[in-house]
Design a protein around this ligand. Structure first.
Ligand code: ARG
Length: 458
């Protein structure tokens, strides 16, 4: 491609470090689409002839078929997808192929291809997250009334419903979708026509190519156009946060499925056995999801380090962007898909969850609140009295609601039998009616509202 001033070919080791074709061939469809839009624009601007543009587009279409049929011979010597495609075009159509690269550089070409690829990827990931949200909503719906211990510090805190707990993850994933949608807006500008970095002297129409490629418009500065990779960093950041969320759910599934807790059973499809211990069911998929965030976080950090301190404009360092982003995207997709399958196939055990509510005096806060409401006690004093009730219950080996009225009155004489109305697990859950609270009707409202939001955005 640059034979004009080069007399020796590259060293083998140079080819090994320089070639990116094994990675960037994944963008072949975007590369071809971008080239077709560019060729058509060049023709309508009178920069190349309509016949040449037609020959170019036909040749490119054939190349696409060859690649998809597995008949394309990718060459390391031709370095990357852009030059592989162009060389094949030359072989297929001859002279007009040489006109395609008018008013263009690989710098704006690769930036365009990568944005197009990542835009498809973001759309796919958003769709995947939306499926996971639906799976969680369906489970939350089934278990909107089923009580379980809610924890802080992994110590029993207050009763909640399993549905409410699952809906917490729906909120996280909802934000993940929003973050990706937001990143997509900034990504969706076309660098094509920035050329090498300064723009071009040819009378091109950047609006036309942007529109043909589904971008909202052209990037505004040619130097930024070829050197910006924020869109990839934003995707990796949003993907990292999403996987952090999935790893938390994965960890809970691991905890919930251990037999001494037994809140859920993972289906056979998402469990493995042990080669030595016949009784084992291991939550391998959940564990692997728990392990994946490092890949995304690592990818973000790797690309951030590639980009930091780079002078304007394009530098070959940036070629690393694709391998980093592609493999991170694969890890993200696989994790979301596996989590969706696990959640869909999960069996919850409401009896075990309810039984677990017997431990940990989960309604102690309700007792303290009652003292405040009915006896006018300052909350700090009520907290203290309740602490003493808990000590008595622990001494007797029962939950606070199984103490007799006499036991309670020995601690605080003002307590009446009405207290038992607020001490049960179900009463506690039903009383948490504040917006965003765990009362079953609130959980169902949250489910309905999320279903509506999803229907609007998809
Ligand atoms: N393969 C290169 C990349 O991915 C394409 C751009 C190369 N441009 C250049 N001037 N060497 O970054």
């Amino acid at each position: 491609m640059w034979g004009g001033r080069f007399f020796e070919s590259n060293a083998a080791i140079m080819q090994a470090i320089n070639a990116s074709i094994d990675i960037d061939k994944r963008m072949y469809a975007q590369d071809i689409k971008g080239s077709m839009a560019h060729a058509r624009m060049l023709a309508s601007q009178g920069i190349i002839s309509a016949d040449d543009a037609e020959a170019i587009c036909q040749g490119l279409a054939q190349i696409k078929n060859e690649i998809e049929a597995g008949q394309f011979n990718f060459s390391q010597e031709l370095e990357d997808i852009h030059m592989n495609v162009e060389a094949r075009l030359k072989a297929l159509i001859g002279e007009p192929a040489g006109r395609l690269h008018t008013a263009r550089s690989r710098n704006d070409q690769v930036a365009t291809d990568f944005r197009l690829w990542l835009r498809d990827q973001i759309d796919y990931t958003i769709g995947q997250i939306s499926k996971l949200i639906t799976a969680l909503l369906d489970k939350a719906d089934q278990h909107a009334e089923d009580v379980m211990p809610g924890y802080t510090h992994l110590q029993p805190a207050q009763p909640v419903t399993f549905g409410h707990h699952l809906m917490a993850y729906v909120e996280m994933l909802d934000r993940d979708m929003e973050r990706l949608q937001d990143a997509r807006k900034r990504l969706n500008r076309s660098p094509l026509g920035s050329a090498a970095m300064a723009g071009t002297g040819f009378d091109i129409d950047r609006e036309a190519t942007a529109q043909a490629l589904g971008f909202s418009g052209p990037t505004r500065n040619s130097m930024d156009g070829v050197s910006d990779r924020d869109f990839a960093l934003e995707f990796l950041a949003a993907g990292s946060i999403c996987l952090i969320h999935l790893s938390r759910l994965a960890e809970e599934l691991v905890i919930w499925s251990t037999p001494s807790i037994g809140f859920v059973t993972m289906s056979d499809k998402f469990s493995t056995g042990s080669s030595i211990m016949p009784q084992k069911r291991n939550p391998d998929a959940a564990e692997l999801i728990r392990a994946k965030p490092g890949r995304l976080l690592g990818a973000f950090q790797t690309l951030a380090v590639v980009m930091k301190g780079l002078p304007m404009t394009y530098a070959k360092d940036m070629q690393e962007d694709k391998e980093i982003t592609f493999s991170a995207a694969d890890a993200l997709d696989l994790s979301i898909a596996a989590m969706t399958g696990m959640v869909e196939d999960l069996t919850a055990h409401p009896d075990a969850m309810r039984a677990a509510c017997q431990k940990g005096h989960l309604t102690a806060t309700d007792l303290a609140d009652w003292l405040v409401r009915e006896l006018g006690m300052p909350f700090r004093d009520a907290h203290h009295v309740t602490g003493r009730v808990v000590v008595v219950a622990d001494q007797k080996g029962c939950p606070i609601w199984d103490l007799s009225l006499a036991d309670l009155q020995a601690v605080e004489p003002g307590i009446t039998a009405e207290i038992f109305d607020v001490l049960s697990i179900d009463a506690s859950v039903a009383s948490r009616k504040s917006f965003g609270g765990t009362a079953p009707h609130r959980v169902r409202q949250a489910i309905a509202a999320t279903r509506q939001r999803l229907a609007r955005t998809s």
